[in-house]
Design a protein around this ligand. Structure first.
Ligand SMILES: *Cc1c(COP(=O)(O)O)cnc(C)c1O
Length: 382
């Protein structure tokens, strides 16, 4: 029997094994140690920021980043409505309220003109905006050439959610480096993993020191346990950092594999009417997930039919993120919408994109899609 083909499984091999075993044998089985320090330096070097703070998840990184730029209870924080719920949850943890912004229909990234409109609207109402949180969706950077000047003009700090985009570039700079602080995720389904983990990256050393303090239960530098404020236990373990170091060595190879897959999908769907590849024009994406959008009035079939066909063959696909303004947990939130994210949710599909997919599995995926397209082409011409 064939095994299930997953969307984006972890890509782990002998290098990772050797790094974790070495860390284990070193005795540093703690949220401190040489691998943790090295992992922070190596990721900062990769992203091109002065420093970094490793934490237990991307969500924790976002939470601390928001606190560190001064987001306070009652603030409005601009968040794309098309994102994973962690972006919005992190805002809520601070007591601020997310205000949701719709996306560009061709990239899934936040529509910058709407951000500008909202900043003006909130300023007119006299509301404090604590931060703007652009998300580099599916591994493609937001158009920072437009976004950053708009936020700077309003005096609003940018916290970049680069959880999906490590290794992606934009105008010669790396994802994670665009805001005052960036948040990365090393969750199991991301471009590289520590099984669970995250990191703040920034040039702002006092900001990172503040985040590190909060991540360590806000413990003061005394022998006894002294705490002047409420902190968090958000540190990453040295063992997981060792796993991350091995993954980082392989990052470019893993991105290359995902790019190959994306190029094959692009070729396969190019002649098919009504099918668009999201972010297809971005040559510097890390190709984390490949997403298609299917317009049934042009294709003659719905994306759900393709998803069902693949599910029958044990191949996992997923809709794109259900927009935050559609989530019961965020019902009643303020938003600025165009319908673009609703359309992507209705007509988008995330295809198997992992770097660990075996050639046999890739063959099964492309064979199954081919079979589906052939049957539909036959049906429509009959
Ligand atoms: C994965 C993800 C996160 C959260 O990362 P975790 O490590 O799972 O906490 C945040 N934002 C986006 C856009 C993500 O995709």
């Amino acid at each position: 029997m064939t095994h299930r083909v997953h969307l984006s499984p972890p890509d782990i091999g002998p290098l990772e094994e050797s790094y974790v075993i070495a860390a284990l044998r070193s005795g540093w089985v703690a949220p401190a140690g040489p691998d943790l320090d090295a992992f922070e330096s190596e990721v900062a070097a990769r992203v091109g920021t002065r420093s970094a703070v490793a934490v237990s998840s991307g969500t924790a990184a976002l939470h601390l980043a928001l606190l560190a730029v001064g987001v306070s209870p009652g603030d409005a924080v601009l968040v794309p409505t098309l994102t994973f719920v962690a972006t919005a949850n992190a805002v809520r943890y601070t007591g601020a309220r997310p205000v949701f912004v719709d996306c560009d229909p061709h990239t899934g990234n936040v529509d910058v003109s709407l951000v500008v409109e909202l900043l003006n609207r909130l300023r007119t109402r006299g509301e404090r905006v604590g931060a703007v949180v652009p998300v580099d969706m599916f591994g493609s950077c937001v158009d920072y050439g437009e976004l950053l000047p708009a936020c700077a003009a309003s005096g609003v700090p940018v916290v970049e959610d680069a959880a999906e985009a490590l290794g992606a570039m934009h105008r010669g700079r790396a994802a994670g480096s665009f805001g005052r602080v960036g948040a990365l995720s090393f969750n199991g389904n991301k471009i590289m993993t520590t099984s669970g983990g995250g990191m703040l990256v920034s040039d702002d050393l006092p900001l990172l020191a503040r985040a590190r303090h909060l991540a360590n239960q806000a413990r003061e530098a005394t022998v006894h346990y002294e705490h002047r404020e409420t902190g968090y236990n958000y540190r990453l373990s040295n063992l997981l950092a060792a796993l991350g170091r091995a993954q980082l060595i392989r990052l470019d190879e893993m991105i290359g594999r995902r790019r190959q897959l994306r190029d094959r999908y692009a070729k396969l769907f190019a002649p098919v009417p009504g099918v668009e590849l999201l972010g297809a024009n971005d040559p510097a994406s890390n190709c984390w997930l490949t997403v298609i959008r299917v317009r049934p009035e042009l294709s003659g079939w719905k994306v759900a039919e393709l998803a069902a066909h693949l599910a029958d063959r044990n191949i996992e696909t997923r809709p794109v993120w259900k927009p935050m303004h559609r989530q019961p947990a965020y019902a009643g939130s303020e938003c600025l919408l165009t319908g673009a994210s609703d359309d992507l949710f209705a007509e988008g599909l995330t295809l198997p994109s992992g770097s660990a997919l075996a050639e046999r599995q890739v063959g099964a995926v492309f064979g199954a899609i081919d079979e589906f397209l052939t049957s539909r082409a036959g049906a429509s011409s009959a």
